[in-house]
Structures are given as C-alpha cells and as structure tokens.
Write a protein that binds this ligand. Structure first.
Ligand SMILES: [Zn+2]
Length: 171
C-alpha cells in the first residue's frame, strides 16, 4: 500500500483556503492518508496525518473521503478551526452543542410562524387574523403547534443533559 500522496499544506495559504478542505478539490487518484503540515501565526509547524477512505461509486470508479481525525467519520470536507482540521460536527460540538443549535433553529421557526399569525412569541394562535384564509390559518396553526412541541422537546433534552440525575416530569 502506498503511503499516500504527500501534500504540503502551505502555512502561508490565505485564511480562506485554510478554512475548508474539500477532498474532491484535491483530485486524488490513490492514497491512504495525507500529511498536512501547517502552522498558525508564529507557532511551530504541526504535522497531522489524515486518513483517506475510498468508497465505490454507484456507476463505477471510487471516490475518496476524509476520515475525520476527531470522530473517525467519513466526511467530504474538513474545516480548519482552533488549529485543527476536523469535520463540521467536531467543530460545532466544541462551540455549541448540537442540541442548542437545534433549539435555536426550532425557536426561529416558531417565531417566524408567530409573526405570520400576528401573535406574540409566547402566545397561542387562538383567533384567525382578519384577512387570512381559514385554510392558511389552520395550516399555520398546525405548524406552530409542531414547532412549539419541538422547542419543548429540545428544552427537555437540554435539561436532561445538565441535570441528568434529576427526574424530569414535564413543565
Ligand atoms: Zn469529526
């Protein structure tokens, strides 16, 4: 087995180029790993070997994937943040838990629906706005109910994470 194509990741590459490394951009033909050499600011060169996984394509041929050095998942893109090449998931977890970003997303969705329904962020849609079709109102109300449930579920999950020993009985 070949040790792989030796790619020197130039430390002087612009930040944008360092930011994200799509394996498809490298046009690899073979190799088991890629050695990355980089330095951040004045720090000394760091060398990290990232494994490559090949999978068979549906219509013949093979395509490469990174094996993320953090979690071992097969990914197409590695991101360079906090002096490390890791998959999106690994970096996200370092900043914000995925549960929190899920809650963010669901809350945004709920607030958008509140706007459309003409109600406040903690109000329930009881009355149809005057110039709204009944059908639209019914659909938005259902979506609102779903979004509401999702945010509550997210909160329950977060609560369980921070207070794992306490029994949660609902709001
Ligand atoms: Zn990862």
């Amino acid at each position: 087995m070949s040790k792989g194509d030796w790619t020197r990741y130039d430390a002087k590459a612009p930040v944008e180029a360092c930011h994200r490394l799509d394996i498809q951009d490298l046009k690899l033909k073979s190799g088991d790993s890629i050695d990355m050499t980089y330095s951040v600011g004045e720090s000394k060169l760091t060398r990290e070997s990232v494994a490559i996984v090949w999978t068979r394509c549906h219509f013949g041929g093979r395509r490469p994937w990174w094996r993320c050095p953090g979690c071992g998942k097969q990914v197409r893109i590695l991101y360079f943040r906090s002096s490390r090449f890791r998959c999106r998931n690994c970096h996200n977890l370092a900043y914000k838990s995925s549960q929190e970003s899920k809650l963010d997303r669901h809350l945004r969705k709920k607030f958008k629906l509140c706007d459309k329904l003409g109600i406040g962020p903690i109000d329930m849609p009881l009355f149809k706005p005057k110039n709204m079709h009944q059908k639209t109102f019914d659909r938005l109300r259902m979506e609102h109910q779903k979004a509401e449930k999702q945010t509550v579920d997210d909160l329950v999950m977060l609560y369980k994470k921070f207070y794992p020993t306490k029994v949660f009985r609902g709001f």
